[in-house]
Design a protein around this ligand. Structure first.
Ligand SMILES: NC(=O)c1ccc[n+]([C@@H]2O[C@H](COP(=O)([O-])OP(=O)(O)OC[C@H]3O[C@@H](n4cnc5c(N)ncnc54)[C@H](O)[C@@H]3O)[C@@H](O)[C@H]2O)c1
Length: 512
């Protein structure tokens, strides 16, 4: 018997069919099917179900007013409710949190804005009733990570548009399910990636789109934020939950579980699925030291395995030969850093820890800014006056429109308000949203693909093509705008709606 087995193995070796890297399909704990192909891990791409079409450039009929239901009102959610009270042509129709008191408390924000009271839903499945209402256009989800997907699924199945906090999908299955839901219902599935709307990122994107940096060939981004002041404030699911959802999730999952703040803005600058696509990644993490200690302190027991390394790095190569580096570290003490950086063939942009642009005299002049100093080279950042002139020239039109108001309303320095305002603007004007469900999937899949890489010796992993063959159809990332006339007409209707709503709200609150 032994001889027959050796003979067979010998034959396999000769034929090259039974080596460790054969095309045997393997299945992970998350249910993902993958196989080795020429030394690279390739995950299965499910076929697009019959009758379903792409949602690239998806538009929905113009909404005179956007009626919103909020789900998840912990540390993050109430700020969103408040921001919406400043956006003309919106109504907060329903508030939902697992804990009724949290949802109830947000009524105060509506009272402050003279907006009518909203309906309140609570408990584990309260969102199901909210999603069934026929007077809601958008379900805005800011719950813990494990509830993003079930709430979004329920909302889409009930014909609502959804906006989901980050990360909006936790694994590949959720990415594909959200894509299928958006494609089959023809509803928007928006990733609430606010960092795409920060000042430096937006102005730099505008510069990149105008060729200021030549061809951008390398980009980096990160979420480096020591969460030690926050761990104890995340929602806990009952008395036995000693960790809170976020620490628990990090303990159980390897890979960059919060990649979108770093990846979103650079993916836009690199036209991902608008002419280029992320093809391959390799991930590497440090061991967990701080993570383990956090768990041991809270449980009083030894933490044998904390899956998420203290610092994770993911390297990505695109079809057009660009490289993206993304980092994640929520554990070690160090200054907040999103590492945003673009390296171009003719210039360079960097946000942290110092904001600056490096361009030589010729490139600066070609970009429409005459240098005031002699002998300007790109060995250092532009002097202040040149940098200000460059930023002024390339101030993003979206910031020109919302920037001032955003600084007043606030929310991470204003970027949250710019994001919400754009979402509402696109819905009111019947335009494609700034981010589609494919962006959502591409930015969120890093977690599971990185885990696959690291669990297999930091091997190369191929990205699935979430557009299923259409990544090169649209040429270049663009924000959509209505004509000035259409925009003015929509705004007039929006303002009239809000004025009437406030009248009604003031009356309602006075009667109570
Ligand atoms: N984009 C950003 O800058 C940013 C900043 C902070 C948080 N976030 C994201 O926002 C989300 C919420 O974070 P947080 O800091 O507010 O956490 P949190 O723990 O303070 O709040 C989570 C809330 O979800 C609620 N919840 C749990 N189960 C629910 C259910 N079944 N139905 C309804 N509500 C339920 C909890 O009661 C809690 O109030 C997370 O996804 C986080 O990653 C994003």
């Amino acid at each position: 018997m032994g001889t027959v087995k050796s003979l067979l193995l010998g034959m396999c070796f000769v034929l090259g069919a039974c080596t460790s890297q054969t095309s045997t399909v393997q299945t992970t704990e998350k249910g993902t099917q993958w196989e080795w192909q020429n030394g690279t891990i390739v995950v299965k791409t499910p076929e697009r179900p019959a009758g379903q079409k792409s949602v690239l450039g998806l538009t929905t009929p113009k909404l005179e007013a956007v009626r919103v239901g909020f789900v998840g009102l912990g540390m993050r959610g109430p700020g969103a409710v408040e921001r919406f009270t400043y956006i003309p042509g919106t109504q907060v129709v329903a508030l939902c949190d697992y804990e009724e008191a949290r949802a109830d408390k947000c009524q105060e924000l509506l009272k402050k804005a003279s907006m009518p009271k909203a309906a309140v839903y609570s408990g584990d499945k309260g969102y199901e009733e909210l999603c069934k209402r026929d007077d809601i256009d958008l379900v805005y989800i800011a719950a813990d990570w494990l509830h993003h997907f079930p709430v979004a699924k329920c909302a889409l199945e009930n014909g609502k548009n959804v906006a989901i906090e980050v990360p909006s999908a936790m694994n590949l299955q959720e990415c594909w399910d959200l894509i299928n839901l958006s494609e089959s219902t023809r509803k928007h599935c928006f990733i609430l990636e606010n960092c795409c709307y920060d000042w430096f990122e937006m102005n730099t994107l505008n510069m990149a789109q105008h060729g200021v940096f030549g061809e951008v060939i390398r980009a980096q981004g990160a979420y480096i934020h020591n969460l030690s002041p926050f761990w104890d404030h995340y929602w806990k699911n009952g008395e036995n939950d000693k960790l809170g959802w976020r620490l628990d999730y990090n303990m159980k999952h390897r890979g960059d579980v919060y990649a979108t703040h770093g990846l979103g803005p650079v993916a836009q600058a690199l036209d991902i699925h608008r002419g280029d696509r992320m093809e391959t990644l390799v991930a590497m993490d440090t061991k967990s030291v701080v993570g383990k200690e956090l768990v041991e302190k809270r449980t009083g027991e030894e933490c044998k395995e904390f899956r998420n390394g203290d610092h994770t790095t993911t390297m990505i190569r695109t079809a057009n030969g660009k490289v993206i580096e993304i980092q994640h570290n929520v554990m070690t003490p160090q200054p907040y850093n999103r590492l945003y950086q673009l390296t171009g063939t003719k210039g360079f942009a960097n946000k942290y820890p110092v904001e600056g642009y490096a361009l030589d005299a010729d490139q600066l002049s070609a970009s429409g800014v005459q240098p005031k100093v002699d002998d300007l080279n790109s060995h250092g950042f532009l002097p202040e006056t040149e940098m200000e002139a460059l930023v002024e020239k390339y101030q993003h039109p979206i910031l020109k429109k919302y920037g001032e108001m955003a600084k007043e309303v606030g929310g991470h320095g204003g970027m949250d308000f710019v994001m919400d305002s754009r979402l509402v603007y696109c819905l009111q004007n019947g335009l494609p949203l700034d981010m589609d469900v494919y962006d959502l999937a591409e930015w969120c899949c890093l977690a599971e693909l990185g885990e696959l890489s690291m669990d297999n010796g930091c091997a190369a992993v191929a990205f699935p093509d979430f557009t299923r063959g259409e990544w090169n159809v649209v040429k270049g990332y663009k924000h959509a705008y209505a004509t000035p006339e259409e925009e003015a007409a929509a705004m007039e209707k929006a303002k009239a709606f809000t004025a009437k709503l406030k009248e009604q709200g003031a009356k309602e609150w006075a009667e109570k």
